[in-house]
Design a protein around this ligand. Structure first.
Ligand code: BJ8
Length: 422
């Protein structure tokens, strides 16, 4: 950290003692997992800095923005349209958490067998460890899986800030109408919250900002198709995770700078690992910061992760919003239909997801796919079985959580899988 933020944290009601402990654990984990990697691109220095300041400088930026009457809107799902938040000059932040923290507190509100992602976002808040939640003016949930739906009711009792968007479970014409209606309602909610109207001009600008961010992430993804691969899976994962926290314009610029450097590496035939490494695509549940476990295991077992078919990955940036619209209503329609292309396992049927996995595996020249589901995440656990029956390439299913207890066992299984790919 560049300075002492204790006063700021204290003003947000953060538990300073526990928070210090959290930062120490995080910084040690980061050193061990990230800074120990060899041959990292120079462009990762910015992302290292962002992580070192994730509860510091970024929180201070949000604090300053709030002083200038800007609103901070927290989200948990890639279904929440960032474009509308930016159009009212709001700040979008992801609130999912990827560490086993505050679980004891969370389990006083939700059953033990709730997925780690839900217990973590509740736990961070209940343990007084999340400055982002404290910074928010509105927290947007969505009716995706049952666990989230019910957790949001409880989270609202705790925070009094929840607004929930109804996400349909299917993609029929009536569902499209329902969803368009929800996006329109969200627009009104944001306008009322901020006192700012969404105009054609600010909506077009916002759509462009988010499209540029997605284009930069797509560019990064494409560069991972090369052999030797110019960036590790761990580093690419980190960039994707930071996309939910950083200022979008600055982030896009930094990702593009990183990609310029990676393109040079590719031209020189240089990689972060030697040519011919076994290449893995991970598919499944999201990876919230600091959930780096699976990537770390795979890359410490002699393979490289070349892509994530995940909401912290391709599901977040695959589709752009059509920028050709000439009224606000038309823009809202384009945004609504773009979001309905997301192939979350909460939908039924969700056959496009299998096609997307096949396509991504091919594009990234992956040798095999590891399907990762968070334990108790029924939608992804179920789809993992279905996918297995419909593909003809090497594939393994993993169910895990945020704990390190199964680290050894997972490493053994993954090493055995990798051996079959050689
Ligand atoms: S669009 S994946 S971000 S809902 S892991 S809480 S599904 S039990 S996070 Fe998700 Fe939106 Fe879908 Fe993506 Fe439930 Fe599963 Fe837990 Fe999950």
């Amino acid at each position: 950290m560049t300075k002492d933020y204790s006063q700021l944290w204290e003003s947000l009601g953060i538990n300073l003692e526990k928070h210090d402990g959290l930062l120490t654990v995080l910084s040690d984990a980061y050193k061990n997992i990230y800074l120990s990697q060899e041959n990292r691109p120079q462009g990762m220095k910015y992302f290292d800095f962002v992580i070192s300041e994730v509860h510091g400088l970024r929180i201070e930026e949000l604090y300053e923005a709030k002083k200038n009457k800007r609103k901070v809107i927290g989200t948990f799902c890639v279904y929440v349209p960032e474009e509308l938040i930016l159009a009212v000059d709001g700040i979008f932040v992801g609130l999912c958490a990827g560490a086993e923290i505050g679980f004891e507190e969370a389990e006083k509100y939700v059953p033990r067998n709730t997925c780690a992602l839900i217990k973590a976002f509740m736990g961070f808040k209940l343990a007084g460890l999340c400055p982002y939640v404290e910074m928010t003016d509105l927290i947007v949930g969505e009716t995706t899986c049952d666990g989230k739906k019910k957790a949001y009711e409880i989270f609202n009792d705790i925070t009094k800030k929840m607004y929930v968007m109804e996400i349909p479970n299917m993609k029929n014409e009536s569902d499209r109408i329902l969803w368009l209606n929800e996006v329109e309602k969200f627009k009104i909610k944001l306008e009322n919250l901020t006192g700012k109207k969404i105009t054609l001009d600010n909506l077009k600008k916002a759509v462009n900002i988010v499209n540029e961010k997605r284009k930069a992430l797509k560019r990064l993804s494409k560069l991972r198709a090369y052999d030797p691969v110019p960036i590790s899976g761990l580093d690419a994962l980190l960039v994707n995770q930071i996309s939910f926290y950083d200022d979008p314009i600055r982030f896009t610029q930094k990702v593009n700078e990183l990609c310029d450097e990676l393109e040079e590496r590719v031209k020189r035939g240089e990689g972060v690992f030697p040519k011919g490494k076994t290449r893995i695509l991970i598919a499944g549940s999201p990876f919230a910061i600091p959930n780096w476990k699976l990537h770390a295991i795979i890359e410490n077992s002699g393979a490289v992760v070349v892509g994530e078919e995940s909401c912290v990955g391709s599901r977040n940036y695959r589709e752009l919003t059509d920028e050709q619209f000439s009224t606000v209503e038309e823009g809202i329609q384009k945004i609504a239909s773009r979001y309905l292309t997301i192939d979350c396992a909460c939908f039924t049927p969700n056959s496009e997801r299998i096609d997307n996995i096949k396509k991504l595996k091919k594009e990234l020249n992956a040798n095999g796919v590891i399907h990762y589901s968070l334990q108790f995440c029924t939608p992804y656990m179920m789809e993992a079985f279905k996918i297995e029956k419909l593909i003809d390439f090497p594939y393994m299913r993993i169910e895990t959580d945020y704990s390190m207890e199964d680290f050894g066992q997972l490493k053994t299984r993954i090493e055995a899988f990798l051996e079959t790919l050689q």
